[in-house]
Design a protein around this ligand. Structure first.
Ligand SMILES: [Zn+2]
Ligand SMILES: [Zn+2]
Length: 72
């Protein structure tokens, strides 16, 4: 088996084992947490933006201002 994190060869004790050690398992978990970004579309210009903050609705301050002006 090959570890999904460090690519080290290891003997799997279980068929569904994916990591050579708990350390690698933990490392994978940590990187998953960091990648909790999702894509969103700017409400003003429609451009795709990547953010981990659900409150973000605009790609830039400019777009936020423009949409404020449009709304009056
Ligand atoms: Zn590993
Ligand atoms: Zn925009």
């Amino acid at each position: 088996m090959e570890c999904k994190v460090c690519s080290e060869e290891f003997v799997a004790l279980r068929n569904d084992a994916m990591y050579c050690s708990n350390k690698c398992k933990q490392r994978k978990k940590n990187s998953d947490n960091r990648q909790r970004y999702f894509s969103q579309y700017c409400r003003s210009c429609g451009i795709e933006i990547f953010t981990n903050d659900r409150r973000v609705s605009y790609c830039s301050l400019e777009c936020r201002v423009i949409s404020k002006i449009k709304r009056g």
